[in-house]
Design a binder for this molecule. Structure first.
Ligand code: ATP
Ligand code: MG
Length: 332
């Protein structure tokens, strides 16, 4: 069926315009880049797809800026139902451990008794499905309109990775991806969530700015490693979020130091306390430091994050301290 569906979509649109074709049971979701086509073309495509045996519902998502969207006032927010507070985890630079930190902070907040959701908005490298152990699982819908969140380690979760075709080149940029992110945020059946933790894309691009305008963030956590080069980008990140009125919860120093598993020797591989000093210099809070440790990496990559799988370890403790600070700051 998948091949048939794809072939029909390709009859209507050029391959560059097709960003994703996903099939969930009897439902087909076609994601298209900004198209000039009118509603009639979409209706024809829908009709053709519905003629395929097994297809009962077809949704077409346009990720481009549609004229009607341009008319919307910037202040119109995404309506994320059943979620009390939203925080983001961001970094100026990729690969500093943003996703690992986001997941473990989310689990830490859950251990503190809160109902938590983790949302993966990183279109460049969605990694929550791997880290929370639902990689490869299909997006579930009971009514064909709304999605059921994934649940693992006691928290709810959803990832933009479930809508991205990994074998397609990722040509989503800027606000184009925001349509899909909005759909997952607003059409997922979240269950009375106290706090949602969003793993943001790295850097300071259009998606970060758009999400900052469309969501009422209670605050942003900035993750950095201690090197100067990462810190310069972290400063850029802090300044960007402040410009769009997102409060900064504070800076986390990841891969802060290394303790040898065999002899206990501590080595400050990337230097140490750079993030703390930067936070102080900027008048922002320093939320804590996370050591570089093999079991943090192994557990993150195996879908068993350390706060859940080794709750009594000093590494889980480091994340718990950060979660406690966030809970206190947000009065949850
Ligand atoms: N404190 C840590 N100790 C050991 N390994 C870590 C630590 N933090 C992150 N890692 C590992 O480093 C790698 C990058 O981490 P992660 O994917 O969280 O970074 P990221 O900032 O989200 O990257 P990207 O920009 O690609 O999304 C992963 O393999 C992760 O397991
Ligand atoms: Mg990541």
């Amino acid at each position: 069926m998948e091949n048939k569906v794809r072939a029909i979509v390709e009859q209507f649109f050029s391959v560059e315009k097709i960003e994703g074709v996903k099939i969930f049971g009897n439902r087909v979701i076609v994601t298209l880049q900004n198209t000039e086509e009118n509603q009639e073309v979409f209706e024809l495509l829908k009709k053709s797809l519905l003629a395929i045996e097994g297809v009962e519902k077809v949704s077409i998502i346009c990720t481009g800026e549609k004229k009607v969207q341009n008319l919307r006032p910037q202040t119109e927010k995404y309506n994320v139902r059943n979620v009390k507070k939203i925080i983001g985890v961001a970094s100026g630079k990729g690969g500093v451990g943003k996703s690992t930190t986001a997941v473990n902070i989310a689990l830490g907040l859950s251990r503190l008794g809160l109902k938590v959701a983790a949302f993966d908005a990183d279109i460049y490298g969605p990694s929550l499905p791997t880290m929370l152990g639902y990689e490869g699982e299909k997006l579930a819908t009971t009514d064909g309109e709304t999605f059921e969140p994934f649940t693992s380690c006691g928290i709810e979760s959803m990832s933009i990775g479930t809508l991205i075709d990994r074998n397609q080149p990722l040509i989503w940029r800027g606000s184009k991806a925001c349509g899909a992110i909005e759909q997952l945020l607003t059409q997922t059946n979240w269950g009375n969530i106290d706090i949602m933790v969003i793993d943001m894309p790295p850097g300071t691009g259009d998606i970060q700015i758009t999400l900052s305008q469309k969501l009422d963030f209670a605050g942003m956590v900035i993750v950095s490693t201690p090197q100067d080069i990462a810190l310069i980008d972290a400063i850029k990140g802090v300044n960007m979020f402040k410009r769009v009125d997102v409060p900064i919860l504070g800076i986390v120093e990841n891969m802060s130091y290394y303790i040898c598993e065999h002899c206990g020797h501590r080595a400050d591989i990337f230097g140490h306390e750079g993030a703390k000093k930067t936070a102080e210099a900027m008048g922002e809070s320093f939320l804590g430091e996370i050591p570089l440790h093999l079991s943090i990496r192994e557990n993150a990559d195996n879908g068993t994050p350390i706060v859940d799988s080794q709750p009594d370890s000093p590494y889980a403790e480091a994340y718990m301290k950060i979660a406690e600070k966030i809970k206190e700051r947000l009065k949850l």
